[in-house]
Design a protein around this ligand. Structure first.
Ligand SMILES: Cc1ncc(C[n+]2csc(CCOP(=O)(O)OP(=O)(O)O)c2C)c(N)n1
Ligand SMILES: [Mg+2]
Length: 465
């Protein structure tokens, strides 16, 4: 066995790693400080932890965040700063308390310390503040990320227009959050399994789901989730956090079958308050499953702001409680996201276990087309957040390195426009499903009570023909 097992003794400290580099790129000099904020564990009661050499190496990977270029007025960045220290009682003491035995005064203070790392490579002004990762080093790779984000945004605009014209049901927009789906879809392997929530269109498009599929779904046609071009990903999940236990079950099966596949579960900030999510991360950590959780922290759960969701300083730290690493990434920086998700997938595939990535972004749209966000948040807040949106910053960078021109932009817009229009006509020309089809995709065999209801719907629709 090539891997060498490390025994982490109590009080072992993995201390800060620092490195400085300078290089030239795109004609301009940039300097970078790659660093990992201290990562320190003191473990209680002499309990040892076994980590593979690879896992240990992963812990020390540089993050590519520049201290110099951090813009402290950037609200996303300010949200990202977080160092938390947790103290826990020794298990022995708690056990004694439970049994009702006399509790001796606490003699030793056992503690776990952790820091949540934050990652950014491309800042809001389109400047590189970190090293370009392998998965986004070539201009072609960056252009592909740009293309899918633009395509998703144009699709989104069209879907909202269709809903406003009464041609689509309620629709959940991904405006401002396109980078998350783009990054996920770019680095997942074909046979990995995606468990989306309902704003990951970019990832779904990259994985073979069509725009017409998505329109059919929001148009009330369940065939829209019967993806012809992607048979093994899970459908959109509107019941909040419902996808998390499914993802864990799938990851467990992958592990049992010794497959080198990974489950990717995307969930909103509000979703992390749900029991399903807490149970899922607990199981994932306990069994060291091949799974990556990506939290789309867009600041809001409908009208509930992130700060009223949880007392935790970051959502990433929820992973620490479940026994695996959690980190924050600028969710509007598609390059940093692509890199961090790629590394998390790699770790999961190597059998090192789960990772939670909290992607810090902002919901520039209403919650859905059924919502009016101006009733609970200020226009000024939204206006400020437009400065940080993901598409403009990548375009600025591509322009800067002479890899994108105005004619490229016009060509892209025209081809996306054609693609969207084709999808719309395919959707509008698809005959609606019969009303009783609503019973047909939930159970393998319909329970008797529902058989009755189905029969009465068939009767009713015949009468309305
Ligand atoms: C189990 C469940 N409870 C409540 C809802 C109603 N609901 C729909 S979206 C939403 C908020 C979700 O917020 P978040 O997880 O942050 O996702 P976002 O919409 O911001 O992407 C709620 C409570 C639901 N769909 N499912
Ligand atoms: Mg949210």
């Amino acid at each position: 066995m090539a891997e060498f097992l490390y025994l982490l003794r109590p009080h072992l400290t993995l201390s800060r790693w620092r490195g400085r580099k300078s290089t030239a790129l795109g004609g301009g000099q940039w300097r970078q400080t790659s660093w990992v904020r201290k990562y320190r564990w003191r473990m209680a009661n002499g309990r040892a932890a076994l980590l593979t050499a690879k896992a240990r190496k992963e812990c020390l990977l540089p993050t590519g965040l520049s201290e110099n270029s951090q813009n402290r007025s950037d609200p996303v960045f300010c949200m990202m700063r977080g160092t938390t220290t947790v103290t826990k009682e020794s298990e022995k003491r708690v056990r004694k308390q439970k049994k009702g035995a006399a509790v001796p005064p606490q003699q030793s203070h056992s503690s776990v310390h952790f820091d949540i790392h934050d990652h950014r490579i491309l800042d809001a002004d389109g400047c590189l503040v970190g090293r370009l990762p392998e998965c986004a080093k070539q201009p072609d790779q960056l252009i592909a990320l740009y293309r899918i984000m633009v395509k998703t945004r144009l699709f989104d605009e069209k879907a909202i227009a269709l809903q406003r014209r009464g041609q689509l049901g309620t629709y959940a927009s991904s405006l401002g959050q396109e980078a998350i789906g783009a990054a996920i879809g770019t680095v997942m392997a074909d046979d990995d399994v995606l468990f989306p929530a309902y704003r990951e269109y970019a990832a779904q498009f990259l994985r073979g789901v069509t725009m017409a599929d998505i329109l059919l779904y929001w148009g009330g046609n369940e065939q829209g989730m019967n993806f012809k071009g992607q048979r093994h990903d899970f459908p959109i999940c509107v019941p909040i956090a419902g996808q998390a236990p499914h993802a864990v079950g799938t990851a467990y099966a992958m592990k049992l079958c010794d497959e080198k596949r990974v489950a990717v579960c995307v969930i909103g900030d509000g979703g992390t308050s749900k029991g399903d999510f807490c149970e899922a991360i607990n199981a994932a950590g306990t069994w060291a499953l091949p799974i990556v959780f990506i939290v789309n922290n867009n600041g809001w759960a409908i009208s509930m702001p992130r700060k009223r969701q949880t007392g935790a300083e970051t959502l990433a730290q929820k992973a620490i409680a479940a026994g695996f690493p959690g980190e924050q990434v600028d969710g509007n920086d598609v390059i940093a996201l692509t890199d961090r998700i790629d590394q998390a997938l790699h770790k999961a595939r190597m059998g090192i276990g789960p990772t939670l990535i909290e992607a810090l972004t902002y919901r520039l749209c209403d919650h859905t087309t059924a919502d009016d966000a101006s009733r609970y948040r200020s226009g000024q807040e939204v206006k400020e957040q437009w400065h940080y949106e993901p598409i403009k910053r990548l375009r600025t960078y591509l322009n800067e390195i002479d890899c994108w021109s105005e004619s490229d932009e016009q060509e892209l817009l025209a081809s996306c426009h054609d693609e969207v229009e084709q999808a719309v006509s395919c959707y509008l020309n698809t005959p609606p499903q019969p009303p009783e089809s609503m019973f047909d995709y939930l159970y393998q065999s319909l329970p008797a009570a529902l058989e009755e209801q189905r029969a009465s719907v068939v009767q009713w629709s015949k009468g309305n023909e």
